[in-house]
Design a protein. Structure first.
Length: 297
């Protein structure tokens, strides 16, 4: 199987001689709000980001092309002042489900991003000398995505990647604006704090049990897989109690709400109601969205 069968110890080696690319990233742009801007500039930007994401080696892990992480980025350009751009940045990460042709979402994130860019600029990553907010953001989310992916295949498997993201957040803090401001739940600092704090380790445990013990098992034993997912969902409550503002909580709902309706589509009415009640307690404002768990067949 994909990375789940790799020894976790190899994750800690980042500076080996041989490196390979980790992402299959598709980048889209929307520049409709920009006026008076040569569209070749934003197309150059799209190409530069996509080339960087797909050619950059973040680790020395040897992944085949089929094992690369599937992610997509969308940059919705809103404003330009000289060579400074402001965008809505959207990022999604997918993971394959073992024994099927299905994928499951691990990350669905959106934020406002301001950065400098010159046409045909070539991106280069130096982890000790970050070249602007865009490079810091791409590197940060790349390591977060690697961590989320590996957490879903092995217990705490994403730790070394989250540590790398934490290093980047530490460098960027105070240098690149609000996204990196400490003590904020919804920005980059909030994300990495959630992923590296012991009080929120339940969300990482949830990921492993939900994906590796749950979804990956359902092709062979649907009831066993569903039972593992049900158990995994119980980790949401202590996270909500200790850190209700954690960005991991809305990310779980955004990535799993529709999927959970399918997982429990053949469950009994009693079981469906129990799962709905559990999730509705965590996400009371999303009650309508969760109704599919009770109704889908």
């Amino acid at each position: 199987m994909k990375k789940g069968l790799l020894l976790v110890t190899v994750l800690w080696v980042f500076l080996g001689q041989v490196k390979s690319q980790e992402f299959n990233c598709r980048v889209q742009i929307n520049a409709q709000q920009l006026t008076g801007t040569d569209k070749s500039v934003v197309e150059s930007f799209r190409s530069s980001v996509e080339t960087f994401m797909n050619d950059q080696a973040w680790t020395n892990l040897q992944l085949t092309r089929q094992e690369r992480l599937e992610c997509s980025m969308m940059f919705i350009f809103k404003k330009r002042e000289a060579d400074t751009y402001t965008c809505d940045f959207q990022l999604q990460l997918q993971r394959p489900v073992y024994g099927s042709t299905l994928t499951t979402s691990l990350l669905n994130m959106r934020e406002e991003l301001t950065f400098d860019y010159q046409q045909n600029q070539v991106f280069q990553f130096n982890e000790t000398n970050l070249d602007g907010n865009l490079m810091a953001t791409l590197a940060f989310w790349s390591y977060v995505m690697l961590g989320l992916d590996f957490d879903s295949f092995s217990r705490q498997g994403g730790t070394p990647f989250f540590q790398k993201a934490q290093d980047i957040a530490g460098q960027a803090q105070g240098a690149f604006g609000e996204l990196w401001k400490a003590q904020e739940d919804k920005n980059h600092w909030g994300w990495i704090n959630a992923l590296t704090t012991e009080t929120q380790v339940q969300m990482r445990q949830l990921s492993y049990e939900y994906h590796r013990l749950g979804l990956d098992v359902m092709h062979q034993d649907p009831e066993k897989g569903k039972a593992a997912i049900t158990q995994a969902l119980t980790y949401l409550k202590p996270v909500k109690q200790t850190r209700p503002g954690s960005p991991l909580l809305p990310n779980f709902l955004d990535t799993k709400a529709d999927e959970l309706a399918n997982v429990y589509s053949n469950a009994t009415a009693v079981e469906k109601q129990r799962i709905f009640d559990l999730l509705n307690e965590i996400y009371p404002a999303s009650s309508n969205r969760l109704q599919g768990i009770k109704t889908l067949r």
